[in-house]
Write a protein that binds this ligand. Structure first.
Ligand SMILES: *Cc1c(COP(=O)(O)O)cnc(C)c1O
Length: 354
């Protein structure tokens, strides 16, 4: 084994070399914010300190029954030297919804915001100063009580860690999606609308199938009919039909992406009509083959916008447009980056200075 990647603070030179290399999630910044919750005392002990390992008893409930939730949000560098968080209040509210669904305690929105801002301030040198680059914050909460009973824990640990996110190219390369005939991500009444750990662990076998079919991600179909396109991996999906933008509605099995919502609002500005309506796998294929659907893209905080070049099913594959990155995808990505980095006014009130 090599030395642990996340051990100890890093000399400035080494950090700057890290910030020049493309990557996502492979290196954590120097600090973390932690807090504890107990049934008797509520939230307490919120502190910012150096990033260190947790020491956890093997009976810690998170290891056994999956009470773990997380968020992913970004801080951006601005030419005026300030740093801003993108829609942190929306991430805080979704984190609270995730907690509620998993019978975990809700972290007050103000605490979530303070924790995200505190980490960004402590690790301001880790925010890459470049357009399209960012500092990715990962707030999470786990059941921390030591007990083997199958019930909600009475102690929790909350933490925020961070990592620089540096895309390899200004516009990401088109991805190929595998339509999984076998596995589903989410069903009515389940946990598909929230970010709990099990949703992702449960998707990796399908993800491996996708890789075996030469694809980057799975395109998830609805659990009931295996007919409607829902999401792509951990991202929402959009389809471009001329100057109309279509995305599947929040049916109760989709994760309500904050990027999805941002795109819906920005699209109107760019003169695109937006529709939330169900899209079938067949309809997507026919639309691509007859030229009605000219672009498809996946979107989420981690990857921003990723063009979909091809879709693959056990029956065959098809290209979306010419398999490259279309003009609408580019314009929407640019419009979003303009807001992130202060090149366009923050008319929606999405930015939170730290
Ligand atoms: C996080 C996530 C998204 C994207 O949400 P954003 O708020 O845009 O980051 C989409 N789908 C799934 C399943 C997710 O976990």
């Amino acid at each position: 084994m090599t030395a642990p990647e996340h051990a100890g603070p890093m000399p400035a030179e080494q950090r700057e070399a890290q910030l020049r290399m493309p990557g996502f999630g492979s290196r954590c910044s120097s600090h973390m914010v932690t807090a504890r919750w107990t049934a008797g005392h509520g939230w307490q002990d919120i502190r910012t300190g150096p990033l260190t390992a947790f020491e956890l008893h093997p009976a810690t409930m998170a290891f056994h029954y999956g009470q773990t939730i997380f968020e992913g949000l970004k801080a951006f560098w601005r030419p005026d030297g300030r740093h801003v968080l993108f829609r942190p209040g929306d991430h805080a509210r979704r984190f609270a919804r995730s907690a509620r669904r998993m019978a975990m305690p809700e972290l007050p929105e103000a605490c979530f915001l303070a924790a995200a801002a505190a980490l960004t301030r402590a690790d301001r040198d880790w925010v890459p100063p470049a357009r399209g680059h960012s500092f990715y914050l990962r707030p999470f909460m786990i059941a921390a009580e030591e007990h083997l009973s199958n019930r909600p824990a009475e102690e929790y640990l909350f933490a925020v860690i961070g990592s620089p996110a540096r895309p390899a190219a200004a516009v990401p390369a088109p991805i190929r999606l595998w339509a999984s005939p076998e596995y589903v991500r989410a069903a009515d009444g389940g946990t598909g609308t929230i970010k709990c750990g099990g949703n992702y662990g449960g998707s990796y076998l399908a993800q491996r199938d996708a890789a075996e079919h030469g694809c980057h991600q799975v395109v998830w179909l609805d659990a009931r009919e295996r007919r409607y396109v829902e999401e792509a991996g951990g991202s929402n999906l959009f389809f471009v039909e001329g100057d109309r933008l279509v995305t599947p509605p929040l049916s109760g099995t989709l994760l309500a992406g904050i990027t999805r919502d941002s795109i819906l609002r920005l699209a109107g500005r760019l003169g695109l009509a937006v529709t939330e309506e169900p899209v079938t796998l067949d309809g997507w294929e026919r639309g691509c083959r007859d030229g009605r659907i000219t672009e498809t893209f996946a979107c989420g905080t981690a990857r921003t916008l990723a063009p979909v070049g091809h879709a693959v099913t056990p029956q065959g594959e098809w290209a979306v447009g010419d398999g490259g990155t279309g003009p609408v995808t580019r314009r929407l990505l640019d419009a979003l980056l303009d807001i992130h980095h202060g090149d366009a006014p923050d008319d929606f009130g999405w930015l939170h200075a730290v």
